[in-house]
Design a protein around this ligand. Structure first.
Ligand code: BTN
Length: 240
């Protein structure tokens, strides 16, 4: 596993994409400053300073497609929860892969696929974790109520130590996850999830769908009870 540290970059995901021909499998790219950090659905990921985590895991894939590839962000969100738990907080997952602490967003994941022709060649998993920020800056984050680990624990967080723990936890279970897929983490994922059993609205592309959040299925999709009956969704965003 190779760690690549950059002082400043537009986005660690963009760097991984641009260097996807040469990057080694399991490379870790992280930076002190992101000048154009990207979130899901074209949102921006705000730079809160150099003591926060902006990291991308680059995974070069074998020729055989595995179902588990589509659930890697959910695997990473669970690993992220376990890592945050080492700091004494109680993190929760908002489907599919946001991490909340005390109902405030502390972390987000953006995955991107790289194809060679129609073959999936690599997956890049970008994660941002707010580790050391001041209250004023997290309050100014648009879209979501946010927090940072130093605010939740009242202590300074060592960014490099957090990164090492997260990466080590990720690769500890990685082969097993690829082999056995989402079902192997489903119970743990559900135990960490918020809003199950509640009325929610999800945004799927440009449509808003209301329903009761029944559960997470074996393939990581979300099951809602809507006016039409039970429906499963693989992409989307739970609205506040
Ligand atoms: C989201 O919650 O919408 C996903 C946010 C992902 C942010 C991370 S920070 C490191 C990597 N580089 C990016 O440009 N985005 C991801």
């Amino acid at each position: 596993m190779k760690k690549i540290h950059l002082d400043e970059i537009t986005s660690t995901n963009t760097y991984a994409k641009e260097n996807s021909d040469t990057l080694e499998d399991k490379s870790i790219i992280y930076t002190d400053r992101q000048t154009a950090g990207r979130g899901r659905f074209e949102r921006k990921w705000v730079d809160l300073g150099s003591r926060n985590l902006y990291m991308t895991i680059f995974l070069r894939l074998g020729p055989e497609f595995r179902e588990s590839y589509s659930n890697l962000t959910q695997y990473l969100s669970l690993v992220n929860c376990k890592t945050l738990e080492e700091y004494g907080v109680i993190p929760k997952i908002k489907w599919p892969n946001d991490t909340l602490v005390n109902n405030k967003k502390i972390s987000g994941i953006l995955s991107e696929a790289i194809f060679s022709g129609n073959r999936l060649k690599a997956i890049i998993l970008g994660i941002g974790v707010n580790l050391n920020a001041n209250v004023k800056d997290v309050r100014a984050i648009p879209d979501r109520v946010a927090t940072a680990l130093n605010i939740e624990t009242s202590q300074d967080i060592d960014r490099d130590e957090f990164l090492d723990k997260l990466v080590s936890n990720f690769f500890k279970g990685y082969d097993n996850f690829i082999e056995n897929g989402f079902e192997s983490i489903k119970k743990d994922y559900i135990d960490h999830s918020v809003l199950i059993g509640e009325k929610i609205t999800i945004q799927v592309l440009n449509k808003k769908i209301n329903g009761i959040y029944k559960t997470i299925n074996n393939d990581g999709t979300i099951k809602l009870l809507t006016q039409k009956g039970e429906e499963n969704f693989s992409i989307g965003d739970i609205l506040e």
